[in-house]
Design a binder for this molecule. Structure first.
Ligand SMILES: C[S@@+](CC[C@H](N)C(=O)[O-])C[C@H]1O[C@@H](n2cnc3c(N)ncnc32)[C@H](O)[C@@H]1O
Length: 457
């Protein structure tokens, strides 16, 4: 292991991922509902720490042409891959630099950043590197800035410590069979461990490639973090918790019942609500937003801003889009009649939420809640205003055209495309990408949906 990596597994490059949940516009509904006023979603400076091959950041640069993006990663292979894609698309508002967090913590940027993101970083690095990240955020963020952190959450990983240990200790092979011994040993251990939650976790992990597992399980400092410890660690950078980045995380009653909701209520009253939530969901991953002195919205400001957000009629059946992956329970604010009425009001193009709220025969507060539940259920999709969409058309088209070229040339297929409408990555299965690119025939309703998000070419 080399000195510069501090235990991070740098012998194999990370694969090219795209994280749809990283997007300033996508964070708006969650932030507004939590009454936090975030930075502009149009003109801003955005920093990603540990960006890997920066495919998410590059997608964002394509969507936000008036913003500036900087990605940092200490593995040169990642930087080379990122720069190749940037050049292929022809973007000029993004740079990806090879640097370690410690180097940057000692410097100051030419201008401070309004957003910072790190995904799969905090729970993969040692304590000293976390200290560097906090120092960096402390010196590089502007007042009012927002930080996204996606990290392994201790609640769902606590019982999985033996899996990590086996991956660290079982002899590693070469190439494709690198973790064969570890994989077999984990399966053997689980056959008598009698832990259904762990079985489910391993079922998910065992399908992943060795390159993924090297970073997920093989990192010497790989761990999982309790929310409270993270929140305390970020305090010196003057960061406070805003909310989880996804709107549905503020609506536990849509997903849980009985004893779990009781634990969350109790935790909330006693000041440990997020930990209670993580335990109730047996959560293995969290994606949180922290803010640096952001303004709080009053109730009427929150309602006004939510009413101004535009939404598009959508359908869970589409199989792509920005959906909560948990099944949503029945609720009196989403009866079939109400859903049919919302669909009618949201037909044909985008509408401000306020227009749909006013068209429902419900009291205004209940009507607003109804619309938010429809967003969570995937029957509505939040979209940016017309000027922002128009400004993003060229960049997103250039990105999606490169994705098409990769697909046609049989090169690595990008897992997602970018939408000028939603201002971020949309994960689109390969077959549907082919349909959207006009390479094969498909269901006209799916083509319409892809067109509505600006994903067709
Ligand atoms: C698990 S990968 C996640 C990559 C990307 N954020 C994603 O979600 O696909 C963690 C990334 O952090 C980078 N990294 C780890 N320690 C670092 C450090 N001290 N300085 C800079 N980059 C670092 C690694 O090179 C790697 O690309």
């Amino acid at each position: 292991m080399s000195d510069w990596s501090r235990g991070y597994p740098v012998d194999s490059a990370y694969f090219d991922t795209m994280q749809p949940e990283i997007s300033p516009f996508r964070w708006r509904p969650a932030l507004l509902t939590a009454r936090i006023s975030g930075p502009s979603t149009r003109r801003f400076r955005f920093l990603e720490l540990g960006c890997g091959s920066a495919h998410t950041l590059i997608a964002l640069a394509a969507c936000y042409p008036e913003a500036e993006f900087l990605g940092i990663d200490f593995m040169p292979e990642h930087v080379v891959r990122a720069r190749a894609l940037i050049a292929e698309i022809g973007l000029t508002n993004i740079r990806v630099e090879e640097a370690g967090f410690a180097d940057l913590a000692a410097q100051r940027p030419e201008a401070r950043f309004d957003y910072a993101a790190m995904h799969g970083v905090w729970s993969w690095v040692d304590a000293e590197t976390r200290g560097d990240i906090v120092a960096l955020l402390g010196g590089w963020l502007a007042p009012g800035a927002l930080v996204y952190n996606g990290y392994n959450c201790a609640a769902g990983w606590a019982a999985a410590a033996p899996i990590r240990q086996i991956f660290r200790e079982a002899p590693a092979g070469a190439g494709d069979t690198r973790y064969a011994a570890a994989r077999e040993a984990v399966a053997a251990w689980l056959s008598y461990a009698q832990n259904p939650a762990l079985d489910a976790l391993w079922q998910r992990l065992s399908k992943q490639s060795d390159a993924f597992l090297a970073h997920e399980l093989g990192a010497a400092h790989g761990s999982a973090v309790w929310f409270t410890d993270l929140a305390e660690a970020l305090e010196p950078a003057k960061l406070g918790f805003a909310c989880p980045c996804e709107l549905h995380e503020q609506f536990d009653a849509l997903f849980l019942d009985g004893a779990r909701l009781d634990l969350i209520r109790r935790g909330g009253e006693q000041g440990w609500g997020q930990t209670a939530r993580d335990l109730s969901y047996n959560r293995t991953f969290r994606a949180d937003l922290f803010h640096r002195g952001a303004l709080r919205l009053t109730t009427s400001e929150m309602i006004a801003e939510l009413r101004a957000l535009r939404v598009l009629g959508w359908s869970r059946e589409a199989g792509f889009g920005l959906l909560a992956d948990l099944p949503v329970k029945d609720t009196p604010v989403a009866t079939p009649e109400i859903e049919a009425r919302v669909a009618e009001l949201a037909a044909e193009g985008a509408h401000p939420i306020g227009e749909i709220v006013d068209g429902l025969d419900l009291d205004p507060q209940r009507a607003l809640q109804t619309v938010l539940v429809q967003l969570i259920k995937g029957n509505l999709m939040a979209v940016r205003d017309e000027a922002e969409v128009a400004a993003a058309r060229d960049g997103t088209r250039a990105f999606n055209t490169v994705a098409k070229h990769h697909l046609e040339a049989g090169r690595r297929i990008l897992p997602g495309l970018v939408s000028p409408e939603t201002g971020g990555v949309v994960i689109v299965p390969k077959t549907l990408q082919r349909v959207g690119f006009g390479l094969e025939a498909g269901d006209p309703a799916q083509i319409d949906r892809m067109q509505a998000l600006g994903l067709t070419l």
